[in-house]
Design a protein around this ligand. Structure first.
Ligand code: AMP
Length: 281
């Protein structure tokens, strides 16, 4: 593992690696690493010669100042975890300005994807995501980039960003890593109080039950069933559940409306927003 604080130093190293024909995989993260992040790194390591993992809490994608303030930062632990990997370059800048060298705006028009679900509940969030991902792609110049299905809408945003700018990056979407009780792993889970942590798995359970009902109920009925099930826990405050086409997140009214269909949910629990999803078709 080699650790870089400065993008210029990382760029120099990548230039050398490229000159010797190495294939570069990229795993962007905000740190507080967990097994979900590790699974992305392993996916990259299995296909690429060198993996770059960035650890950067990107202020521009936080629409909530409290969330940014309390976002877990565990760089020493993260570096210890990554020290066990071969052929990995870690980029963890001290300064936001090392990533944001100019104030150019790389956000693009996203159509429906930029209007629904996370875009609607977190105004400006995806503009921040697009700006950081474009800048990090320009620094790392990866052949492949590994993102988690956990952030389903974000994957579609990155796909659109790559298409719009014609970037030579292959996007790989990796499965959701879960705790044993089904809760989707997330850096924010450490902020759940013990009583909250105990009920959080109800979210994935409700999604699994939704999947079981696909043959029997309409999409609208399935959504209602999920919300009903979650009502058993007054602490769980659903922001939305949507059943949508995987390509463009347009809502479906019938299972025949699209070839591939996903259920996406966000639930507030205490100070934390928990997001999860499941492919229904
Ligand atoms: P974050 O550090 O939360 O910004 O996440 C960095 C990357 O890890 C993103 O591509 C996420 O989608 C992915 N990721 C986060 N949690 C998980 C998970 N439980 N399983 C798989 N990938 C994840």
């Amino acid at each position: 593992m080699i650790f870089y604080k400065l993008s210029e130093d990382l760029r120099d190293e990548i230039k050398h690696l490229r000159a010797s024909g190495k294939r570069i995989g990229f795993v962007p993260t905000m740190g507080a690493l967990h097994q979900g992040h590790v699974s992305l790194i392993q996916a990259s390591a299995s296909i690429c010669d060198v993996t770059v993992c960035s650890i950067f809490v990107n202020p521009s994608q936080f629409n909530n100042a409290e969330d940014l303030k309390h976002y877990p930062r565990t760089l020493a632990n993260d570096l210890e975890l990554l020290a066990g990997f071969k052929n990995i370059l870690v980029y963890a800048p001290d300064e936001v300005s090392d990533v944001y060298k100019t104030d150019e705006d790389f956000a693009i028009e996203l159509g429906n994807i930029g209007k629904v679900m996370e875009a609607s509940f977190r105004p400006g969030h995806f503009n921040g995501v697009m700006n950081v991902v474009k800048r990090l792609f320009d620094i790392v110049t990866p052949d492949m980039a590994f993102f988690g299905q956990k952030d389903f809408q974000q994957c579609l945003v990155v796909k659109e960003l790559i298409r719009h700018y014609g970037l030579p990056v292959q996007l790989q979407i990796c499965p959701i890593a879960r705790e044993e009780d089904g809760l989707a792993m997330s850096s924010r889970n450490v902020r759940l109080l013990p009583a909250e942590r105990a009920i959080a798995p109800a979210i994935f359970k409700a999604l699994l039950h939704a999947k079981e009902q696909v043959a029997r109920l309409s999409p609208d009925e399935v959504k209602k069933q999920v919300l009903n099930e979650l009502k058993a826990y007054p602490e769980l405050l659903p922001e939305y559940i949507e059943i949508s086409e995987t390509e463009n997140l347009l809502p479906v009214e019938s299972w025949n409306d699209a070839r591939n269909i996903v259920a996406c949910i966000t639930v507030k629990l205490g100070a934390v927003r928990l997001i999860d999803n499941i492919i229904l078709k």
